[in-house]
Design a binder for this molecule. Sequence first.
Ligand code: TXA
Ligand code: MG
Length: 355
Amino acid sequence: MFDNTNYINTIISSGNDDKAIERASEILRQGGLVAFPTETVYGLGADALNEDASAKIYAAKGRPSDNPLIVHIADTKAVYELAESVPEKAVMLMEAFWPGPLTIILNKKKIVPDGTTGGLDTVAIRMPSHPVAMKLIKESGVYIAAPSANTSGRPSPTLAEHVIEDMNGRIDMILDGGAVGIGIESTIVDLTGETPTILRPGYITKKMLEEIIGDVSIDRAIIEPDPNLRPKAPGMKYTHYAPKGEVTIVESEQNDKKVIDKINSLIAEKAAQGFKTAVIATKDNAPYYNCDNVLIVGEADKGVTISANLYAILRKCDTIGAEYIYSEALNQNELGGAIMNRLLKAAGHRVIKVH
Ligand code: TXA
Ligand code: MG
C-alpha cells in the first residue's frame, strides 16, 4: 500500500488562485503530477507527451500499465496534432459536445508516447469544460494526460478531500475546485471503427450522440457481465468503484414498496448477526428504511442529482465501516445506463430481483 520511501510534500491550493495555477503549470512542464477538478471527476495530470511523467501517474495510482490515459486539451487544433486522421463524425461531435464530458478515441500520431496509450495505436482525447481544468491546460501549454485521481480500484474522486485521501504524499500538487458537477466519468466513443461505439457510458447519452452522428453502438462487454467478452476500453475490465463492504442491488419492476420491504428484511437479518449495514436510497424512499446508515444518493428521476453523489456515498460506506450495503436500482432517470454501469461494478453484479 503506502510507500514511505516515495513520500513527497503535496501542495494543496485553491484552483481559483492564479498563483496556484502558475505553480501547477510549472510542475507539469517539469514532468510532475498535479490533480485538478474537471466537470466529471478530479483528474491526476501529467504531461501527456512526456513518457516519464505519464509513468509517474501509474505509480501514484497503482494502475496496471496496459490501461491507457485520456489526453486533455483546451483547443480543437490539438486533435490534429495528436490524431493521425480526424473523421467528419469526430468533428461533428467535437462541435456539439466540447468542451464537455465526452472523450473520443482516434488513431494516434507518433508524438503520443506508448507510455500514455498503454501501447495502443489509438489515443483518447477530451476537452473538459471545467474552468480550472481549462486554465491549467492553457497556462501550462502541455496536453495533460489524466486518469481519475483515485487509487486504482477505488471510486473516482468528486471532491478535493477524496484526492487528498488517496494521493496525499504521492503527488506534487492538488488544485481544489470544490465539488464537481457531474460526478461520473466522461462518455467514451471510439471513432476508429466503422460504427461509432460507446466504450464507457456517461453524461452524454447514446441518444444525444445519435442526434448528431446517426447510428452508435455500445460495446457489448460493458452491458453483459460475460467473462469471455473483453471490453474495448482496457480500464472497463477492472473491478472498480467498490467499497470494502459487500454491495447488493435490490430491484423490482413493480413498485418501490417491494424493494423497501426486501431491503428492510435483509438489514434485519444482517443486523441480528451483528453486522454493520448501510442503505443507498433515493430521497423519497429514505424515510422508510430501518437502518442506522441510510445514505441519500439523490432524487430517483433526476439523474445528475444521483451521479453527482454516487462516488462520495460509496466512499462513505467505507468511512462508516459498513459490511453489507443494499442499494436501490438507480435506473429510473435519463442517466440510468451510466449510473447502473458504475453501481453494478460496485456490486460485482450482485442483484436481487423482487417480484
Ligand atoms: O471524465 C473522465 O474521463 C475523467 C476525467 C479526469 O477527465 N478521466 C477518466 O480517466 O475517467 P480514467 O483513466 O479513469 O479512465 C479512462 C478510460 C479507461 O477505461 C481506459 O481504459 C480508457 O479510458 N481508454 C483510454 N484510452 C483508450 C484508448 N486509446 N482505447 C480504448 N480505451 C481507452
Ligand atoms: Mg478511473
